[in-house]
Design a binder for this molecule. Structure first.
Ligand code: NAP
Length: 265
């Protein structure tokens, strides 16, 4: 099996990556940073986002395994003191492949259209003031938005930024997109729903800029600043991300451990 490793760049993660390579060589696993079948992310959930964007072009041909240097994460099943067990399991056992939905946007700017994929979410914010935008769902006007911004999250991203702005937590088996508001202004001109909405895979949503404004588009951890964004069309992507599971760790156990603090048995 061919594998690659991405680490967070801190001292502990770098040491763990080196240890992983040593253990993997002893078990006959082949390091291939260009065309891996399995990508090991060592750090946190943020490191898995980096790993996802690094290997985006081959996303259909590989699966991810997360090792967390702190607590277990939403994208990390293994802890720092379990590397030996992980390598042994990887060489002895076929993993169960679990696939999570991704979000896709098509961004229209003065330069043309570009498309992007996100694992957690897309966030659109005003830079010099509030974001002013028309929101259409399935090509029909839904609402006029004025506020700090909008978060468009995947199910697995629903526990990240989306949760902080009051969005619901969505199980990753539900192919959907969640649109959540960040501090909307509500008055006679601008009226928004006030709660997040969940779109199914066959729906789409357009965010149309209603004035010349500098906007910050965040694609997971990556930020793009532009003053010529005309619109963004968001939908559930046709592609998915694959995770290689060598042992069960259910989504609801992750939620419970992360937010309620109870240990998983
Ligand atoms: P960061 O600001 O250094 O860390 C963001 C935090 O979100 C980290 O604790 C990270 O966990 C956690 N996280 C990442 N994905 C998650 C998920 N799917 N569910 C639950 N928690 C998750 O930024 P970063 O590490 O580069 O991560 C970028 C992400 O930060 C964005 O995708 C966005 O979701 C999130 N963010 C959140 C807010 C907010 O909640 N107010 C604001 C901006 C961005 P680890 O410690 O395990 O890496």
């Amino acid at each position: 099996m061919k594998y690659a490793v991405i680490d967070r760049g801190d001292k502990l993660s770098i040491q763990l990556a080196e240890r992983f390579h040593t253990l993997a060589a002893g078990r006959g696993l082949v390091r291939d940073e260009e065309r891996p079948e399995i990508v090991i992310s060592i750090g946190g959930d943020g490191t898995l986002l980096q790993a996802f964007h690094t290997h985006l072009e081959r996303i259909d041909e590989l699966a991810f395994v997360g090792v967390h240097t702190g607590h277990l994460g939403f994208y990390a099943d293994w802890q720092k003191d379990e590397l030996e067990e992980l390598v042994r399991t990887m060489s002895d056992q076929e993993p169960k492949i679990v696939r999570y939905p991704l979000a896709r946007i098509e961004m229209e700017t003065a330069e043309g259209t570009s498309s992007h994929l996100a694992l957690n979410e897309f966030t659109l914010k005003g830079v010099d003031g509030t974001l002013v935008a028309q929101i259409n769902i399935n090509d029909e006007l839904f609402e006029m938005f004025r506020g700090d911004g909008i978060v468009i999250s995947t199910p697995s991203g629903s526990t990240a930024y989306n949760k902080s702005v009051g969005g619901a937590i969505v199980h990753p088996s539900i192919e959907s997109l969640q649109i959540a508001e960040i501090a909307s202004i509500n008055n006679r001109v601008y009226r928004t729903l006030g709660s997040s909405v969940l779109l199914p895979a066959h729906h789409h949503c357009d965010i149309i800029s209603r004035k010349e404004q500098r906007l910050l588009l965040a694609i997971d951890h990556l930020n793009i600043l532009r003053s010529d964004i005309r619109s963004i069309r968001a939908s559930v992507a046709g592609q998915k991300i694959s995770f290689a599971r060598y042992r069960p760790f259910t989504f609801w156990n992750r939620v419970r451990e992360a937010f309620l603090g109870y240990e998983v048995n």
